[in-house]
Ligand binder design. Structure first.
Ligand code: SF4
Ligand code: SF4
Ligand code: SF4
Length: 223
């Protein structure tokens, strides 16, 4: 993403607060829900693997037809300039909260949770443009699509790649396997295997929103 594009995105949806809040990660135990009737799609972003190439951003915008200059996700480079060898990338996108304030406040139910996949998603035709969901999101990651005039978020490519039986576009595009996607209700899924052996973090766990997006923090190896 160009610097101009990134600035426009950050300004447009006010992501600064989320980026600054990365320090408030909290370690969580891996306790996937066990309801077998539906899926519970979730995602892991591994800071140890992401190199900041931004291929995922480009693929997401293309597949989901996000207007030029707007993005459902970005990768922020939070590397300390004094420690350039300690790369630290942060995925900024909808956290796919289990307790989602955006869903709770939407008067038209345009912003809703899909009951088969547990994905927080949108029905653009029902959006009345009240912006309640955008105000309610504590992660500041919702935005109004300039073409559809409806609020939207990363919905794990529910209406595009997922519908076609493919992985989300960001995962398809990542050559470094920095993103993992899967069903927490499937005990044998890759995402559950990874969560069983690695500590993961959630953004702002103190809010009780229970994000389904997890972060594996960068591990610094001494020499
Ligand atoms: S494509 Fe993969 S490595 Fe590149 S920025 Fe996205 S997550 Fe990071
Ligand atoms: S991160 Fe924001 S937009 Fe996404 S589910 Fe949570 S409250 Fe809704
Ligand atoms: S899951 Fe889909 S909508 Fe979400 S960031 Fe990845 S490509 Fe974009």
């Amino acid at each position: 993403m160009s610097n101009d594009g990134r600035r426009k995105f950050l300004k447009g949806i006010g992501l600064g607060s989320l980026v600054m809040s990365v320090g408030s990660y909290g370690v969580v135990a891996n306790k996937p829900t066990t309801d077998k009737k539906s899926k519970h799609y979730a995602m892991i972003f591994d800071q140890n693997k992401c190199v900041g190439c931004t291929d995922c951003e480009i693929a997401c915008a293309k597949v989901n037809k996000v207007p030029k200059g707007q993005f459902r996700m970005i990768i922020e480079d939070k590397t300390d300039p004094k420690k350039p060898r300690e790369r630290r990338m942060v995925r900024v996108s909808c956290q796919q909260c289990v307790e989602a304030p955006c869903v709770q406040v939407c008067p038209s139910k345009a912003c809703h949770r899909d009951n088969l996949t547990n994905i927080v998603t949108m029905n653009a035709d029902d959006c009345i443009g009240c912006l309640y969901c955008i105000v309610a999101c504590p992660y500041n990651v919702r935005f109004v699509n300039e073409e559809t005039h409806a609020a939207e978020n990363c919905n794990f490519c529910e209406n595009t790649n997922l519908k076609e039986g493919k992985d989300p576009a960001c995962i398809e595009a990542c050559k470094y396997e920095a993103i993992v996607f899967g069903d927490l209700n499937d005990e044998k899924s890759k995402i559950n295997r990874i969560l069983k052996i690695k500590d993961s973090l959630r953004m702002k766990p103190e809010l009780g929103t229970k994000p389904s997006l997890r972060y594996i923090p960068a591990v610094r190896l001494g020499v």
